[in-house]
Design a protein around this ligand. Structure first.
Ligand code: ATP
Ligand code: MG
Length: 255
């Protein structure tokens, strides 16, 4: 079944479309089979979150946009799930924020890095980093540590959607501002983030881009205000409460 073949009226339409995209990503050689497991975990959390963007996740997306606009060298890290789910949206976000795109894989093979870079170019990317892999993130084993010296290694702000916990912690130890999209508010990645965005990448990535476009004309003071107002612990607590308590999701968010 392709995207188009899932009937719009199906009650789980969006979830099924998402699943098919990840499946197609595996068939195309851009997503690893491990990516299917990650997708399953994500779906379970999204179900519990009501498959909608929480107010706290929207505030996180806005704070992420402000960080991007304040950054000297922002980089967006793209893995196999993200490439399968939101390739065009990632290219658009890079345009809206002035960030570079870098392919960065947990189960890295040069073949898959090249396939993802080509996939992003098909969706309009001009430059994609990640192939040089001439720098290392300290504290990780060899394959998982590889990054580009003029990309993630030199970045001051990095967006890492669906990153694994170890790498998120290692990047945090390098003093980078880390923007993480992860549906699990308890995951180490979300907890290591400067800005955890507890939302589906499908909703979060276009939302960050929309906030970036809206904030683009703002002065530094305004952007710094948006950054300072955001409270990562409160956002994680709000998401966890929404999952545990369900029901009135706005009401569950008395921060
Ligand atoms: P930890 O961070 O605790 O070390 P992990 O990162 O090793 O856990 P994985 O299963 O590798 O665990 O990570 C997948 C993560 O990605 C899960 O937390 C899952 O909720 C999240 N995820 C999967 N699909 C999406 C999606 N579409 N949007 C946002 N997050 C997603
Ligand atoms: Mg994680």
């Amino acid at each position: 079944m392709t995207d188009a073949e899932v009937p719009e009226s199906h009650p789980r339409h969006d979830s099924l479309v998402t699943r098919h995209r990840v499946e197609a990503g595996v068939e195309k050689g851009i997503t690893s089979r491990q990516g299917l497991i990650a997708q399953g975990r994500g779906e379970a959390f999204d179900y519990l979150l009501g498959e909608a963007t929480l107010p706290s996740a929207d505030r996180a997306a806005r704070a992420a946009a402000a960080h991007f606009l304040l950054a000297d060298h922002p980089v967006i890290s793209v893995n196999g799930n993200v490439a399968a789910l939101v390739p065009g949206e990632m290219v658009d976000l890079a345009g809206a924020t002035g960030a570079d795109l870098e392919v960065n894989l947990f189960n890295r093979t040069d073949e898959r890095v090249r396939a993802i870079a080509a996939h992003l170019r098909e969706h309009g990317a001009t430059e994609v980093k990640g192939l040089t892999a001439d720098a290392r993130i300290p504290g990780l084993d060899h394959e998982r540590a590889k990054v580009d010296a003029d990309g993630i290694a030199a970045a001051d702000v990095v967006l890492v959607p669906l990153e694994d916990g170890d790498r998120a912690e290692a990047l945090g130890a390098m003093d980078k501002t880390q923007l993480v999209v992860d549906l699990n508010p308890l995951s180490r990645s979300a907890r290591a983030a400067t800005v955890p965005i507890v939302d589906n990448v499908i909703r979060a990535v276009p939302n960050i881009a929309a906030h970036a476009r809206e904030l683009r004309g703002a002065d530094r003071d305004t952007l710094e205000g948006v950054v300072a107002e955001f409270d990562a612990d409160a956002a994680l607590d709000a998401a966890e409460r929404a999952i545990r308590e369900g029901g009135d999701r706005d009401g569950a968010e008395s921060e």
